[in-house]
Design a protein around this ligand. Structure first.
Ligand SMILES: C[S@@+](CC[C@H](N)C(=O)[O-])C[C@H]1O[C@@H](n2cnc3c(N)ncnc32)[C@H](O)[C@@H]1O
Length: 229
């Protein structure tokens, strides 16, 4: 693992998480967010980390219009697309990893949500820019700057955190006029020189911290984004 900005964060928690994820025999089953999820090799598991639990806590507090159109970028096992589908949305999930897309499709069928949730392979929002507008968008991108050397590491590390930058700048093209997006961030994003408020402003969006948790080595937050004005 070649880390950029190695002095800006402690890599040990991410390394421990990668070890825990690697030592499991795949596939294995977990329960999370009221869903039974199969976790395939190289697919990020929401049970092993505080991040997915914090995102879930935030989403549990949000009211959703029935039949809302939901988009879950960086979907992994499909967990948040399926959670939103189970709450009555029509959901579309996107991941860059073919194994994740196959795993999420399996989990949709296994949870009887195949008619409400679908999944596509894609890099950030690029695959869905022509799919119309979404009322709710969720995003749990890789949180730490560094060059991933394998598919599982690509869930945690991203050079220069470019996928978060691209997500924010492209979001106005897919977010409905009264829509809300929920972006998961670590304070490492700011520690390495990024400013989510400025990034949002430049894209014509307004950012507000919906939830924050200090987990000791990092502060995790869910940032709500909406159109300005
Ligand atoms: C931290 S995991 C989050 C998974 C899931 N949302 C959860 O909480 O369990 C990040 C996911 O983003 C995917 N990913 C990384 N870079 C991506 C990109 N540029 N476009 C789409 N997906 C990406 C990874 O394959 C991984 O599944």
């Amino acid at each position: 693992m070649q880390l950029k900005d190695g002095m800006s964060f402690d890599p040990a928690p991410a390394e421990r998480l990668l070890s825990r994820l690697r030592e499991r025999a795949h596939p294995y089953q977990v329960s999370f967010a009221g869903l039974d999820l199969r976790i395939d090799e190289n697919v990020f598991c929401p049970r092993h980390t505080k991040t997915s639990a914090i995102m879930l806590e935030c989403l549990d507090g949000i009211e959703l219009p029935r039949e809302a159109r939901a988009l879950d970028i960086f979907t992994g096992s499909g967990v948040f697309a399926l959670y939103l589908a189970a709450r009555g949305c029509r959901a579309l999930g996107v991941d860059i990893l073919p194994e994740a897309v196959r795993c999420a499709q399996h989990n949709a069928a296994a949870n009887n949500l195949g008619d409400r949730a679908s999944f596509v392979l894609g890099n950030g929002l690029s695959a869905v820019l022509d799919e119309g507008r979404f009322d709710i968008v969720t995003a749990c991108p890789p949180l730490l700057p560094g060059r991933p050397e394998g598919p599982l590491e690509g869930a945690l590390f991203d050079e220069r955190l470019g996928s978060t930058h691209r997500f924010v700048s492209e979001l106005p093209r897919v977010l409905a006029s009264k829509g809300r997006a929920y972006l998961f961030l670590s304070d490492v994003f700011a520690r390495v020189g990024n400013d989510i408020d400025a990034l949002a402003r430049d894209a014509g969006l307004v950012a507000r911290t919906a939830l924050a948790h200090d987990v000791g080595y990092e502060v995790y937050s869910v940032v709500e984004l909406r159109h300005a004005g």
